[in-house]
Design a protein around this ligand. Structure first.
Ligand code: GLN
Length: 472
């Protein structure tokens, strides 16, 4: 899709294409965009029309999640505390995209500071799912997924700490990849839980995801966790098929708590891969049942430390400065953070405090190692692991927001992947009623090529990626 769009723009007009998208967004009921970068985007498009460059995404617009820093364009993480903050620099991924001629068309809505799975905790109100506007688009990169699925942007970037790219990809019927930890630089990504998160693409097709990965993956010295590996193209070998591929089906990823339609669509997907030449066998990831507890302790602990920097003194929300420091600090944070963020700062601070550190945080780190070992062991027998991305299809807006635990439980199959640091992609594999279902394909560390290759074979043999919602 993106390479076709790029070719069309070479002979056509990026400005015209962009204007059509903006027109559509104006009339949209999705609430997927927070800021439109109209002026800078149209200027870039006009420059492209005058002299089209040859970059991999020359003239192609892209939507960017609110928590990825964009020079000159507000970056507020959908939080009141960062309203008005305009970064003086671009994130590494944005530099890469611009170097390939991509045009940042705007920023997309998200759960506040990426804490959530429904995009309902945003200070801009919820984003809607284009397949059913009464439902959530998933989260936290719900805006990015909804605008791609709804035809308001050809592709987008999100971030995934515990499922935030794959969950909305699954709920909105598109492709979303969480890369191996360290493959994509986090420089310029506003941190929620550093040890878990990666930036990843949200696109209509697997090939588009591979293309975006070719652009954003690679070493960056400004992120100390960035892996220094030889770069490769994920487009090479993408169409090589799945003949002889060994797929592991974790027994812990099926059964209780998994919606029947989801389970059926995922099994149909596995059988499709089997018909294409792959084989499957059962594997066990025995510590899956501890993953959610470990994830939430680690994520909240890291968040409580990361979010300490938002004091309203250097950037973002301000308050009157004639009070003492503590009063000002508390007033700004009370006003600036929403309830979910406050809950997590409190719980994270508690888990890290003297006396509880060993009982909660250290213990969670130990469980994390066990979960990682589960994957390492399974990958001795199989090439990839397959299962549902989410145990349920998209739920209705408002249905779970007052019951945080039920929201956290929905992340049961996405968080283990972040704890282990391995890559996983969600590809559309069917429907539960009229709502899309995602198949999650998980690979070993730096096994993106293998995972994308399987996803590509699956996509080529199934019609789901061609279906588009009738957005009202
Ligand atoms: N839903 C998970 C959380 O709330 C994951 C979010 C994410 O990946 N940013 O932490």
């Amino acid at each position: 899709m993106l390479s076709k769009l790029r070719a069309e723009l070479q002979g056509g007009s990026s400005e015209e294409y962009l204007c059509k998208l903006y027109e559509k967004i104006e009339k949209s009921s999705l609430n997927g965009f927070t800021t439109l970068a109209r002026d800078s985007a149209l200027e870039a498009a006009r420059n492209f029309d005058k002299s089209p460059g040859q970059g991999l995404l020359a003239g192609v617009p892209i939507a960017i999640k609110e928590c990825i820093s964009t020079r000159g364009i507000e970056t507020n993480c959908s939080s009141r505390i960062l309203r008005g903050y305009i970064p003086p620099y671009d994130a590494h991924v944005i530099e890469r995209l611009k170097a390939e001629g991509a045009i940042v068309m705007g920023k997309t809505n998200m759960d506040e500071f990426a804490m959530g799975s429904s995009t309902e905790t945003s200070c801009f109100g919820p984003t809607r799912n284009p397949w059913d506007i009464n439902c959530v688009p998933g989260g936290s990169s719900g805006g990015s997924a909804a605008v791609v699925a709804g035809g308001e942007a050809p592709c987008a970037l999100g971030s995934d700490t515990g499922g935030s790219v794959r969950c909305p990809a699954s709920f909105c019927g598109i492709v979303g990849l969480k890369p191996t930890y360290g493959l994509v630089s986090r420089y310029g990504l506003v941190a929620y839980a550093n040890s878990l998160e990666q930036i990843g693409p949200l696109t209509h097709t697997v090939e588009d995801t591979a293309l975006l990965m070719d652009i954003i993956a690679g070493h960056d010295a400004r992120d100390t966790t960035s892996a220094n590996r030889e770069s490769r193209s994920y487009l090479i070998g993408l169409h090589d098929g799945v003949q002889g591929l060994k797929i592991g089906i974790p027994k812990e990823y099926f059964g209780e708590g998994v919606n029947k339609d989801v389970e059926k669509a995922v099994w149909d997907g596995v059988h499709t891969l089997e018909r294409l030449g792959a084989t499957w066998q059962e594997v066990s990831l025995p510590h899956t049942k501890y993953a959610l507890a470990a994830y939430y302790v680690i994520a909240m602990s890291e968040a409580s430390s990361n979010l300490a920097r938002f004091d309203g003194l250097r950037y973002g929300l301000r308050d009157s400065e004639d009070k003492d420091w503590h009063t000002t600090f508390s007033a700004i944070r009370s006003k600036g953070f929403g309830p979910e963020v406050k809950r997590r700062i409190l719980l994270g601070t508690y888990a890290l405090s003297a006396g509880y550190y060993g009982r909660y945080y250290l213990k969670a780190l130990k469980v994390r190692t066990l979960i990682k070992d589960d994957f390492l062991k399974a990958f001795k027998d199989v090439d990839i692991i397959a299962g549902p991305t989410m145990p349920i299809p998209a739920f209705r807006i408002g249905e779970r927001i007052n019951d945080p635990l039920s929201l956290y439980l929905a992340d049961v199959f996405t968080v283990p992947i972040n704890l282990a640091g391995v890559p996983a992609v969600s590809v559309p594999c069917g429907f539960a009623g009229r709502l899309p279902v995602g198949l999650q394909l998980i690979g070993p560390h730096f096994g993106e090529a293998r995972v994308l290759q399987a996803a590509q074979a699956f996509e080529a043999a199934t019609p789901f990626h061609e279906k588009t919602p009738e957005v009202i």
